[in-house]
Design a protein around this ligand. Structure first.
Ligand SMILES: *Cc1c(COP(=O)(O)O)cnc(C)c1O
Length: 264
């Protein structure tokens, strides 16, 4: 397996993908939107390269589906995965789009379910719930995108006026609901705990690595100085977040950051 680097904003350069393709490359996988820093990848451009070479191209679009329009033909992808609970659907169900003709080995043998790809009875309530969640997300997408983007702009703008603030990820090519910042003179764990005492839920990495005190591998891949990589915090906005919540979170953030910097 070849792992490609990202730039300072967390973006994969399609030229790096081009350079890494080999005669025996069987799969390219690039996530559509990062779950920690919200960075959007140039999927359509990368897909052009893989298509020209007839190499299957997978994208993890878990963060993108329901947040922005997703069209597998425009993105030039052959495989696209997504998860229901990130779109307010039930936990324990996801979906994989497979373009006709894409070679795919079974992940689980036994029954002939899902065209022989995954034996076992389907989680019908989960699947129905996922479809309902996606229907709601599609209906609300345009209004919700505008609402979240405006709140995120305020959160980002005002948080960046705090001392020692640094934005992680790209300022523009970014999910509408994601803000990830580092604050000089603080550390991630103290930021998360300090915010929690104010009732603000923040994160230092992904839920999959919670409990770890190491800097997030995503933040480390950006090539930040160690002191900033260890002082990152993520705030995400959701369907029930209001302007009042954003104002409250900003006050809490100011209080926590300044207190930690004074104690440092
Ligand atoms: C949450 C998430 C996953 C994992 O999905 P689960 O259904 O929680 O296992 C994978 N990729 C991305 C980008 C995610 O945000």
């Amino acid at each position: 397996m070849t792992a490609l680097p990202v730039d300072r904003q967390g973006i994969v350069d399609p030229d790096d993908v081009r350079g890494a393709l080999r005669a025996d490359t069987v799969l390219v996988s690039v996530m559509a939107a990062n779950n920690e820093i919200g960075t959007l990848q140039p999927i359509a451009e990368i897909g052009k390269l893989t298509r020209a070479r007839k190499i299957p191209f997978h994208t993890d679009a878990t963060q993108l589906v329901g947040a922005a329009p997703v069209n597998v033909d425009e993105l030039n992808v052959d495989l696209l995965s997504m998860s229901a609970h990130k779109r307010y659907g039930p936990k324990g169900v996801g979906a994989l789009y497979v373009r006709a003709g894409t070679p795919l080995a079974p992940v689980q043998h036994g029954g002939s379910h899902e065209r022989g790809r995954r034996g076992g009875t389907e989680n019908v309530p989960g699947i129905v719930g996922f479809a309902a969640a996606l229907r709601i997300a599609a209906q609300e997408m345009d209004a919700e995108r505008a609402r979240l983007t405006a709140m995120r702009a305020r959160l980002m703008r005002e948080a960046l006026t705090l001392p020692g603030a640094h934005l992680n990820g790209d300022p523009v090519r970014r999910l509408p609901n994601n803000v990830n910042l580092s604050f000089d003179g603080t550390d991630s764990q103290s930021l998360v705990m300090g915010l929690d005492l104010h009732g603000v839920a923040a994160s230092s990495g992904s839920a999959c690595t919670s409990g770890s005190i190491e800097p997030s591998h995503v933040i480390v891949a950006l090539g930040l100085p160690a002191r900033l990589a260890a002082a990152a915090v993520r705030l995400t906005l959701g369907r029930w977040t209001t302007d009042t919540d954003v104002a409250y979170a900003l006050d809490a953030l100011r209080d926590v950051v300044i207190r930690l910097q004074q104690a440092a």
